[in-house]
Write a new protein. Structure first.
Length: 221
């Protein structure tokens, strides 16, 4: 009888799966640690949003307080446009940094988009619509120079409009999905920081007027 109960317990345990979970992370000025950025709670194109603009030199990110991330799924809506005084090379750079470590210097992994490239008439610009970087060593320029096309790709997007980003991270690998696509537009098989953990941060580049909404963090299925 005891053996039968034990065997039944083992069968039940083997059949039970741990359900996936997700958590909505409110975005507001009070919950963010700004690094060379100006923050503002706003409403943008029908959504409650956090507006972020660069306000100084160096890294321009907004670190979300009390969050530690190693592996899982991050989803959010972003809208990037260019500021009136932005330089000619501005593209509305906007994205998300993860595994952020802010000790003696800021280090992180990041996926970001270049909204003005999404529907450009220049095909080469279109090929540079989405980008992976690993700060501070692996800049977009270094990655493009050493491995052309390996860490950037194309995805359809419109400047100033909401774009949905989904990032899947596991150990030293990550995938980026844009606007609900079933397939990733960019796959990174060798995250430069390896398997690590750290904070999550909202990221903007030079000359960007950025908006962020609907941040969610969840487990891998």
């Amino acid at each position: 009888m005891i053996r039968t109960v034990l065997n039944l317990s083992i069968v039940i345990m083997c059949c039970v799966t741990i359900p996936a979970w997700s958590q909505s992370i409110p975005l507001s000025v009070q919950k963010i640690e700004p690094v060379n950025v100006k923050l503002e709670d706003v409403s943008y194109k029908g959504k409650k949003a956090l507006r972020i603009m660069a306000s100084g030199e160096g890294e321009t990110i907004a670190i979300i307080k009390n969050q530690n991330f190693e592996s899982g799924i991050i989803e959010l809506d972003v809208a990037g446009t260019t500021l009136p005084n932005a330089g000619e090379g501005a593209r509305g750079f906007i994205g998300l940094a993860f595994r952020v470590r802010n000790t003696d210097s800021i280090r992180y992994e990041c996926f970001y988009i270049r909204p003005t490239n999404g529907r450009a008439e220049d095909q080469l610009r279109r090929n540079h619509s989405v980008q992976y970087i690993s700060h501070p060593k692996y800049t977009w320029f270094k990655l493009r120079e050493e491995n052309p096309g390996a860490y950037e790709s194309y995805a359809d997007m419109v400047i100033g409009e909401w774009t949905h980003l989904k990032i899947e991270v596991k150990d030293d690998k990550a995938r980026l999905y844009v606007n609900g696509a079933s397939q990733p537009c960019l796959i990174v098989q060798d995250l430069k920081s390896g398997k690590s953990s750290g904070a999550i941060a909202l990221w903007v580049g030079p000359g960007t007027d950025g908006y962020f909404s609907n941040l969610q963090i969840g487990s891998l299925k």
